[in-house]
Write a protein that binds this ligand. Sequence first.
Ligand code: ACO
Length: 428
Amino acid sequence: MSDKAILEYNGQKYEFPVIKGSEDELAIDVKTLRSATGGIITIDPGYKNTGSCQSAITFLDGEQGILRYRGYSIEELAEKADFLEVAYLLIFGELPNKEQLSKFHDDIKEESTVDEEMKKILDSFPKSAHPMGVLSSLTSALIAFNPSTVDVSSEDAMYHAIVRILAKFPVLVAWTLRKKKGLPLDYGDDTLGYVENIHKMMFKRPNKTYVKNQIVIEALDKLLILHADHEQNCSTSTVRIVGSSHAGLFASLSAGISALWGPLHGGANQAVLEMLQAIDDDGGDTKKYMAKAKDKSDPFRLMGFGHRVYKNFDPRARIIKKAADEVLGDLGIEDPILDIAKGLEKEALEDPYFVDRKLYPNVDFYSGIIYRALGIPTDMFTVMFALGRLPGWIAQWREMRLNNEPIGRPRQVYIGENSRPFVDLDLR
Ligand code: ACO
């Protein structure tokens, strides 16, 4: 196989190296295209064919439905590891041993307070504010209270910024939920595991003793692991590109949270549940909604179906579907929308429209059903996704900084007006 690609244009031939990834993926390296050709660029809206970096964090094969973090399969990690181990693995490249894990957790616990002044900022939001907007703003506001996290020229400084955000972000998530519910804003309990502490911070009531529910904690842990990284998706690319200007970790994460908010990305889990609820409220006629999804004159899409990269089953969707059955069974919850979801999935998998376009359920199709069973309000679903994705964003940001990647700055093909004289206001 050749390790060079040749481009011919206007009778001129240009050669470009072809690079190979560790799973044999091939990429034409066009770094010198513009200088070699005297100005020609590539155009690829939505970056469907464009690799923005070389990364050693996550491998996914959309055709085969494979997802691995640092070489470990998502199935095995979801089964055997906990979320903090996975966070460490993603960020630092290897599974931690007991001492490493315990030090990592201790360092996080040490930083798990948030300046009380931040409560005033949270208070200034209306209760109706979407939690993703609140969280993105609070993450950005954290910079003012932790200015040392901006200058991260050494690995030590990076580590410090990383443990700080892993410590403080769950507090912000809990506060965002508690503010909506009118509950007092509190801090965590450092005798608990990372995920149990998050759950307690979110749900502890001032008049009741918090009682741990192992099923709930394990389900939450699994959901967070499944969302922890997904290579160069919209929010991760946002984090990397903002970070490439050396804006700092928290600013990059705040931008990533905003990118995740959109219904075509992380916001899909909320959209799925709202869609399933609307179908149920409308009598549960799944066929009617299947027809709407296929009708090109109708903007309705089957939320939770389709994926930019997976043209096969999203492996996370399989794990979540099984978990949804188990969690609802264990908690003794009968939720009619789980049946609606299963009905829609069955119909879609047999329907030529979905089969021909390789549209399968994605990670978000069943996650909202579990979140609902765990008592998490619908508009907090995307926040839970952000909580899970935090280690992935951090790992990608750290990799980008350690690789000294250049500032991200795409080009364009200008199709606007050519130079023309200004027209005075009274002559227009
Ligand atoms: N329902 C109905 N039709 C769909 C759906 C859907 N959910 N998804 C894609 N299609 C159709 C499109 O209309 C298009 O049809 P056409 O070829 O006849 O024009 C074809 O399938 C290809 O769709 P694109 O939008 O070009 O695919 P793309 O890769 O750009 O988009 C996306 C992927 C955004 C995820 C899309 O499938 C979608 O909107 N799904 C619903 C939203 C969703 O679940 N998002 C979560 C993604 S997972 C995540 O971010 C964590």
